[in-house]
Design a protein around this ligand. Structure first.
Ligand SMILES: Cc1cc2nc3c(=O)[nH]c(=O)nc-3n(C[C@H](O)[C@H](O)[C@H](O)COP(=O)(O)O)c2cc1C
Ligand code: SF4
Length: 487
């Protein structure tokens, strides 16, 4: 890593200054000088192909809030978040947030669940979003809303005591150690996997009945779907060769096609990854986190626990298998793909580039713009190889004031088909709508990647933008977070 301090983007006042900064880092990130308005803007072009009609190129990524009720129903805070998703003006709502297909598969005791007793709650979220969307854009024409379906696998923590209850597919030398799992910790059996696949089918049918037009079969961020892809060392039908590692995906899709044939299927994929990172112990002291370094032993090479990872140099990505997976998606008739990276648990810098780390993270091991460029470049390369798939790009929030300029250029230069907002949607959901309406950008609302929306759930609190959204900033939860951060 360069010894230069990382330049805070909030101090860069002009697009020209930002472009020079990119040059000084040797990065190729497209960035337009001026923003186009209304239908002139690439961000406001509809995307119409086959039976898919999306009114513009703005996407809201799934953003969970750790704020559902113990039985998996949405709360008032959940509803507020979905309302703000609607306010963004985005015509593609990629999943809303991760919704578990069973209680056991919840990542936390406040995650939403798709089940008979949550039908009304989930339906209300959708309606709230649509009403607010109409207020922003004037109509709900060509608005596509999906539900993200998940099983949290290794990261399951479903019950009120908040303790991990991992459900793993194989033993991972580093991730097992982090969870304190003994070598004889039981793996999910093939029979248990078949039950989970059935849960996905039931949840998809429920989503269809509630009016969601697609479901995302989550294959990212270290959760179960993603873990299947790296199950090289697992024996039996669901591990080993590529065909076995993708059997879960194929069986989930087949079942959905039979119970809800008109429901579209989408996949959010961690297409690139790396080994887990941890704070450099030599540079961490007095509770202060050091810069991230790879947690890697030479004896673990070739690395057999990754997907989209170069086995001989696992700090680097390798797109060979992700390319095979996208070919498979095409064969399965899946067209909507959302490209993301790594995992927030073991290499957050890759997944959500930030200047300030979450409490369980580490200082950035590289300029976060390098991390943004990595996700953008991987997506560009995949898009080039699969022109018929619809690619949603991720990791743009770190671009801050220059997000609209980069998003416009990335679309114009066909790096990607649609641009998604993650953390930015928590602070300033209307950013791209305002930018394309020619309104003045409200700089005070721009996400500065303080990571409190990640730290709060790590401390057992609901997520939200505590530094910038007065709803959280002025609440009792803020006091709790401040205390929790000291411990
Ligand atoms: C608080 C929080 C909640 C998230 N919830 C989800 C989720 O439910 N499902 C998912 O696939 N990704 C989730 N993500 C990841 C984001 O969708 C996105 O990939 C990530 O924040 C990077 O995009 P950004 O730079 O625009 O923030 C979450 C991220 C954060 C910070
Ligand atoms: S807490 Fe707010 S400013 Fe910080 S990363 Fe999350 S959304 Fe951005």
């Amino acid at each position: 890593m360069s010894t230069q301090p990382i330049l805070r983007l909030g101090t860069v006042k002009t697009v020209g200054g930002f472009q020079l900064h990119l040059q000084s880092l040797g990065l190729t990130i497209p960035c337009d000088d001026t923003l186009l308005r209304g239908t002139e803007s690439p961000l406001r072009q509809p995307l119409v192909t086959g039976d898919i009609k999306i009114g513009n190129r703005i996407v809201v990524h799934p953003m969970e809030g750790w704020d559902g009720s113990p039985d998996g129903n949405p709360s008032e805070n959940t509803s507020r978040r979905w309302q703000r998703f609607g306010r963004s003006g985005a015509k593609l709502i990629w999943g809303g947030e991760a919704v578990a297909v069973s209680h056991e598969g919840r990542a936390n005791p406040n995650q939403l669940v798709a089940a008979a007793h949550t039908e009304e709650g989930l339906s209300r979220l959708r309606r709230t979003l649509i009403e607010e969307h109409r207020l922003t854009t004037g109509s709900d024409d060509e608005l596509l809303i999906g539900l993200q379906l998940t099983d949290s696998g290794r990261y399951s923590r479903p019950n009120a005591h908040g303790q991990p209850e991992p459900r793993i597919l194989y033993h991972h030398p580093f991730l097992d150690r982090r969870l304190g799992l003994p070598p004889d910790f039981p793996l999910l059996t093939d029979a248990e996997i078949e039950i989970i696949i059935g849960n996905f089918h039931k949840a998809a049918l429920l989503a269809w009945k509630l009016g969601f037009e697609f479901v995302d079969i989550k294959h990212c961020h270290g959760y179960l779907g993603h873990e299947f892809l790296s199950a090289h060392t697992r024996a039996g039908r669901y591990g080993g060769c590529f065909e076995n590692r993708t059997r879960f995906l194929r069986e989930v899709v087949q079942g959905i096609r039979s119970v809800a044939p008109q429901l579209k299927v989408a996949v959010r994929l961690s297409a690139i990854d790396s080994v887990p990172f941890h704070p450099d112990p030599a540079k961490s002291s007095n509770g202060k986190l050091g810069p991230g370094i790879p947690e890697l032993h030479e004896s673990e090479i070739p690395y057999r626990w990754g997907f989209g990872v170069n086995a001989l140099d696992p700090t680097e990505s390798d797109l060979d298998e992700p390319v095979r997976l996208l070919s498979l998606l095409e064969q399965l008739g899946i067209r909507l793909v959302n490209i993301t990276a790594g995992s927030p648990y073991y290499n957050p810098h890759l997944q959500r580039p930030a200047l300030y780390p979450p409490s369980d993270g580490y200082l950035p091991p590289e300029d976060p713009l390098v991390s943004v460029a990595r996700q953008m470049e991987a997506t560009r390369r995949l898009k080039q190889q699969f022109p018929n798939l619809i690619f949603v790009g991720t990791g743009y929030s770190y671009l801050q004031d220059f997000l609209p300029h980069v998003a416009q250029a990335a679309l114009r230069e066909s790096w990607v088909d649609m641009v998604g907002l993650g953390r930015m949607v928590l602070t300033y959901p209307e950013l791209l709508w305002d930018a394309t309406e020619g309104r003045t950008i409200e700089r005070k609302r721009i996400c500065r990647t303080f990571s409190d929306c990640t730290t709060a759930p790590r401390k057992g609190l609901p997520s939200g933008c505590y530094p910038l959204d007065s709803f959280y900033k002025d609440s009792e939860l803020m006091t709790q977070l401040t205390i929790a951060k000291k411990h």
